[in-house]
Design a protein around this ligand. Structure first.
Ligand SMILES: [Zn+2]
Length: 272
Protein backbone atom coordinates (compact mmCIF):
# COMPACT_ATOMS: atom_id res chain seq x y z
CA UNK A 1 0.00 0.00 0.00
CA UNK A 2 0.99 3.65 -0.38
CA UNK A 3 -0.40 7.16 0.04
CA UNK A 4 -1.00 9.43 -2.94
CA UNK A 5 -2.88 12.74 -2.93
CA UNK A 6 -3.96 12.04 0.67
CA UNK A 7 -5.65 8.80 -0.38
CA UNK A 8 -4.65 5.28 0.61
CA UNK A 9 -3.70 3.29 -2.48
CA UNK A 10 -3.44 -0.45 -3.01
CA UNK A 11 -0.91 0.27 -5.79
CA UNK A 12 -0.04 3.18 -8.10
CA UNK A 13 -3.39 3.11 -9.88
CA UNK A 14 -5.93 1.74 -7.47
CA UNK A 15 -7.17 3.35 -4.24
CA UNK A 16 -8.77 1.42 -1.38
CA UNK A 17 -12.59 1.61 -1.37
CA UNK A 18 -13.63 5.24 -0.85
CA UNK A 19 -16.95 6.18 0.77
CA UNK A 20 -16.83 9.97 1.11
CA UNK A 21 -18.22 11.34 4.36
CA UNK A 22 -19.84 14.79 4.54
CA UNK A 23 -18.81 14.92 8.21
CA UNK A 24 -15.54 16.78 7.79
CA UNK A 25 -14.17 20.29 7.61
CA UNK A 26 -10.96 22.28 7.34
CA UNK A 27 -7.38 21.25 6.87
CA UNK A 28 -5.27 19.36 9.37
CA UNK A 29 -2.37 21.62 10.29
CA UNK A 30 0.00 20.39 11.45
CA UNK A 31 -0.37 16.61 11.36
CA UNK A 32 0.83 15.35 14.76
CA UNK A 33 -1.00 12.24 15.97
CA UNK A 34 -2.68 9.04 14.91
CA UNK A 35 -5.78 8.37 17.03
CA UNK A 36 -7.07 4.81 17.35
CA UNK A 37 -10.74 4.00 17.99
CA UNK A 38 -13.21 1.14 18.09
CA UNK A 39 -16.57 1.59 16.41
CA UNK A 40 -18.74 -0.15 19.06
CA UNK A 41 -20.78 -1.14 16.01
CA UNK A 42 -22.24 -4.36 14.62
CA UNK A 43 -20.16 -4.49 11.40
CA UNK A 44 -17.74 -2.42 9.33
CA UNK A 45 -20.51 -1.83 6.80
CA UNK A 46 -22.99 -0.53 9.39
CA UNK A 47 -20.31 1.75 10.88
CA UNK A 48 -19.37 3.09 7.42
CA UNK A 49 -23.03 3.74 6.68
CA UNK A 50 -23.39 5.67 9.93
CA UNK A 51 -20.14 7.64 9.59
CA UNK A 52 -21.14 8.77 6.07
CA UNK A 53 -24.61 9.85 7.23
CA UNK A 54 -24.84 13.62 7.90
CA UNK A 55 -26.96 12.89 11.00
CA UNK A 56 -23.97 11.19 12.67
CA UNK A 57 -21.92 14.42 12.82
CA UNK A 58 -18.99 12.00 13.13
CA UNK A 59 -16.48 10.35 10.83
CA UNK A 60 -12.94 8.96 10.67
CA UNK A 61 -10.33 8.85 7.95
CA UNK A 62 -10.35 5.07 7.80
CA UNK A 63 -12.51 2.16 8.93
CA UNK A 64 -10.77 -1.22 9.19
CA UNK A 65 -12.92 -4.33 9.17
CA UNK A 66 -12.36 -7.55 11.07
CA UNK A 67 -11.16 -9.12 7.80
CA UNK A 68 -8.47 -6.41 7.55
CA UNK A 69 -10.25 -4.57 4.72
CA UNK A 70 -9.69 -0.79 4.73
CA UNK A 71 -12.24 1.83 3.63
CA UNK A 72 -11.38 5.54 3.44
CA UNK A 73 -14.04 8.15 4.31
CA UNK A 74 -12.04 11.40 4.46
CA UNK A 75 -8.78 12.44 2.67
CA UNK A 76 -5.82 12.57 5.07
CA UNK A 77 -5.29 16.32 4.65
CA UNK A 78 -8.83 17.16 5.83
CA UNK A 79 -10.28 17.07 9.32
CA UNK A 80 -12.45 14.08 10.12
CA UNK A 81 -14.73 14.33 13.14
CA UNK A 82 -13.45 11.48 15.29
CA UNK A 83 -11.93 13.00 18.42
CA UNK A 84 -14.56 15.41 19.73
CA UNK A 85 -13.64 17.26 22.92
CA UNK A 86 -10.07 16.17 23.47
CA UNK A 87 -6.68 17.26 24.78
CA UNK A 88 -3.16 15.93 24.41
CA UNK A 89 0.30 17.42 24.94
CA UNK A 90 -0.99 21.00 25.02
CA UNK A 91 -3.25 20.55 22.00
CA UNK A 92 -6.99 21.00 22.41
CA UNK A 93 -9.44 19.60 19.84
CA UNK A 94 -7.36 16.85 18.26
CA UNK A 95 -9.41 16.71 15.03
CA UNK A 96 -7.28 19.62 13.83
CA UNK A 97 -4.01 17.76 14.39
CA UNK A 98 -4.71 14.07 13.88
CA UNK A 99 -5.69 11.22 11.61
CA UNK A 100 -8.38 8.90 13.01
CA UNK A 101 -8.72 5.16 12.42
CA UNK A 102 -11.86 3.27 13.47
CA UNK A 103 -11.54 -0.48 14.02
CA UNK A 104 -14.72 -2.56 13.64
CA UNK A 105 -15.18 -3.89 17.16
CA UNK A 106 -18.17 -4.16 19.51
CA UNK A 107 -16.26 -2.59 22.39
CA UNK A 108 -17.28 -3.13 25.98
CA UNK A 109 -19.45 -6.20 26.63
CA UNK A 110 -21.80 -7.08 29.45
CA UNK A 111 -22.48 -10.31 31.26
CA UNK A 112 -25.81 -12.05 30.57
CA UNK A 113 -25.92 -15.32 32.51
CA UNK A 114 -22.77 -17.17 31.46
CA UNK A 115 -22.34 -15.24 28.21
CA UNK A 116 -20.70 -12.03 27.02
CA UNK A 117 -23.12 -9.85 25.04
CA UNK A 118 -22.64 -6.65 23.00
CA UNK A 119 -24.61 -3.45 23.57
CA UNK A 120 -26.65 -4.40 20.49
CA UNK A 121 -27.48 -7.88 21.85
CA UNK A 122 -25.05 -10.18 20.03
CA UNK A 123 -23.39 -12.99 21.98
CA UNK A 124 -19.58 -12.99 21.62
CA UNK A 125 -17.76 -16.33 21.94
CA UNK A 126 -15.40 -16.54 24.93
CA UNK A 127 -12.43 -16.89 22.53
CA UNK A 128 -13.16 -13.40 21.21
CA UNK A 129 -13.36 -11.76 24.63
CA UNK A 130 -10.55 -10.05 26.53
CA UNK A 131 -11.33 -9.65 30.23
CA UNK A 132 -9.62 -6.59 31.66
CA UNK A 133 -9.96 -3.43 33.67
CA UNK A 134 -9.70 -0.22 31.64
CA UNK A 135 -6.55 1.80 32.39
CA UNK A 136 -8.75 4.81 33.11
CA UNK A 137 -10.71 2.86 35.75
CA UNK A 138 -13.95 0.89 35.99
CA UNK A 139 -14.69 -2.76 36.72
CA UNK A 140 -12.94 -5.81 35.30
CA UNK A 141 -15.17 -6.64 32.33
CA UNK A 142 -15.24 -8.25 28.89
CA UNK A 143 -14.04 -6.40 25.77
CA UNK A 144 -14.44 -7.59 22.18
CA UNK A 145 -11.09 -8.84 20.86
CA UNK A 146 -9.60 -7.40 17.67
CA UNK A 147 -8.62 -9.89 14.95
CA UNK A 148 -5.03 -10.59 13.88
CA UNK A 149 -5.77 -9.51 10.32
CA UNK A 150 -7.32 -6.29 11.52
CA UNK A 151 -4.36 -5.40 13.77
CA UNK A 152 -1.90 -6.36 11.03
CA UNK A 153 -3.72 -4.16 8.52
CA UNK A 154 -3.92 -1.27 11.02
CA UNK A 155 -0.19 -1.48 11.76
CA UNK A 156 0.67 -1.54 8.06
CA UNK A 157 -1.42 1.58 7.38
CA UNK A 158 -0.18 3.29 10.55
CA UNK A 159 3.47 2.86 9.51
CA UNK A 160 2.68 4.54 6.18
CA UNK A 161 0.80 7.42 7.83
CA UNK A 162 3.50 8.06 10.45
CA UNK A 163 6.15 8.18 7.74
CA UNK A 164 4.16 10.27 5.24
CA UNK A 165 2.85 12.86 7.73
CA UNK A 166 5.78 12.69 10.18
CA UNK A 167 3.38 11.96 13.05
CA UNK A 168 4.68 12.34 16.59
CA UNK A 169 2.86 9.41 18.20
CA UNK A 170 -0.06 7.00 18.22
CA UNK A 171 -2.67 7.59 20.93
CA UNK A 172 -6.05 6.16 21.88
CA UNK A 173 -9.32 8.06 22.00
CA UNK A 174 -9.26 7.01 25.68
CA UNK A 175 -5.95 8.90 26.08
CA UNK A 176 -7.15 12.18 24.61
CA UNK A 177 -10.70 12.08 26.07
CA UNK A 178 -10.35 10.05 29.30
CA UNK A 179 -13.54 9.72 31.34
CA UNK A 180 -15.60 10.37 28.22
CA UNK A 181 -14.25 7.62 25.94
CA UNK A 182 -13.03 4.03 26.49
CA UNK A 183 -11.87 3.18 22.96
CA UNK A 184 -9.76 1.47 21.72
CA UNK A 185 -9.65 0.03 25.27
CA UNK A 186 -7.69 -2.78 26.92
CA UNK A 187 -8.15 -5.29 24.08
CA UNK A 188 -6.03 -3.06 21.83
CA UNK A 189 -2.26 -3.79 22.24
CA UNK A 190 -1.29 -0.12 22.38
CA UNK A 191 2.26 -0.54 23.72
CA UNK A 192 3.38 -3.05 21.10
CA UNK A 193 1.46 -1.22 18.37
CA UNK A 194 3.22 2.05 19.23
CA UNK A 195 6.57 0.30 19.41
CA UNK A 196 6.10 -1.21 15.97
CA UNK A 197 4.60 1.84 14.30
CA UNK A 198 6.93 4.45 15.80
CA UNK A 199 9.99 2.22 15.49
CA UNK A 200 10.51 2.58 19.21
CA UNK A 201 12.87 0.28 21.07
CA UNK A 202 12.08 -0.78 24.61
CA UNK A 203 15.57 0.09 25.88
CA UNK A 204 15.62 3.69 24.64
CA UNK A 205 15.13 5.21 28.08
CA UNK A 206 16.84 8.50 28.85
CA UNK A 207 17.03 10.66 31.97
CA UNK A 208 17.19 14.42 32.29
CA UNK A 209 20.56 15.72 33.56
CA UNK A 210 19.12 18.95 34.95
CA UNK A 211 15.73 20.51 35.71
CA UNK A 212 14.56 20.71 32.10
CA UNK A 213 11.82 22.74 30.44
CA UNK A 214 9.37 20.69 28.38
CA UNK A 215 7.68 22.62 25.60
CA UNK A 216 4.83 22.48 23.10
CA UNK A 217 7.20 22.68 20.12
CA UNK A 218 10.85 22.18 19.10
CA UNK A 219 12.36 25.51 20.20
CA UNK A 220 12.50 28.01 23.05
CA UNK A 221 9.88 30.15 21.29
CA UNK A 222 7.28 27.48 22.17
CA UNK A 223 5.44 27.65 25.50
CA UNK A 224 6.42 25.43 28.41
CA UNK A 225 3.85 22.75 29.26
CA UNK A 226 2.00 22.28 32.55
CA UNK A 227 4.35 20.02 34.55
CA UNK A 228 7.45 21.85 33.33
CA UNK A 229 10.27 21.82 34.30
CA UNK A 230 10.99 18.08 34.48
CA UNK A 231 13.00 17.40 37.65
CA UNK A 232 16.64 16.32 37.28
CA UNK A 233 16.71 12.54 36.69
CA UNK A 234 13.24 12.23 35.10
CA UNK A 235 13.03 9.17 32.84
CA UNK A 236 11.73 9.65 29.30
CA UNK A 237 11.47 7.79 25.99
CA UNK A 238 12.39 9.68 22.82
CA UNK A 239 9.60 9.35 20.27
CA UNK A 240 10.81 11.73 17.60
CA UNK A 241 13.30 14.48 16.95
CA UNK A 242 13.83 17.65 14.99
CA UNK A 243 17.42 18.86 14.96
CA UNK A 244 18.64 18.93 18.57
CA UNK A 245 15.09 18.94 19.92
CA UNK A 246 13.56 15.66 21.07
CA UNK A 247 9.87 14.85 21.42
CA UNK A 248 9.65 12.74 24.58
CA UNK A 249 7.16 10.63 26.51
CA UNK A 250 7.64 11.13 30.26
CA UNK A 251 7.48 7.72 31.97
CA UNK A 252 6.04 8.78 35.32
CA UNK A 253 3.74 11.56 36.52
CA UNK A 254 5.71 14.75 37.22
CA UNK A 255 4.52 17.82 39.09
CA UNK A 256 1.00 16.36 39.09
CA UNK A 257 0.87 15.84 35.31
CA UNK A 258 0.07 12.36 33.95
CA UNK A 259 0.88 11.22 30.39
CA UNK A 260 3.15 14.17 29.75
CA UNK A 261 4.62 14.44 26.25
CA UNK A 262 6.49 17.35 24.74
CA UNK A 263 9.73 18.75 23.36
CA UNK A 264 13.00 19.06 25.28
CA UNK A 265 16.51 20.05 24.24
CA UNK A 266 18.54 16.88 23.60
CA UNK A 267 21.69 18.27 25.21
CA UNK A 268 20.18 17.62 28.64
CA UNK A 269 19.31 13.95 28.10
CA UNK A 270 21.60 11.02 28.94
CA UNK A 271 21.03 7.27 28.68
CA UNK A 272 19.25 6.15 31.86
ZN1 LIG B 1 -13.41 6.93 19.46
Amino acid sequence: MKIKNHRLMINDQEAVPYRPSPNKGGHIDPHEYLVMHFTAGASAESSINWLTNPAARASAHLVIGRDGGVTQLVPFDQRAWHAGRSEWANRVGLNSYSIGIELDNAGQLHRQGARWVTAFGRVIADDDVVIARHKNGGPEIGWHAFTERQLESAAEVAVLLVEKYRLLDVVGHDDIAPGRKTDPGPAFPMRSFQARVMGRRGDEVYRTTTALNIRSGPGTEHATLPGSPLPDGTQVIVLNSQGLWQFVDVLSPVNGEMDLQGWVHGRYLAPA
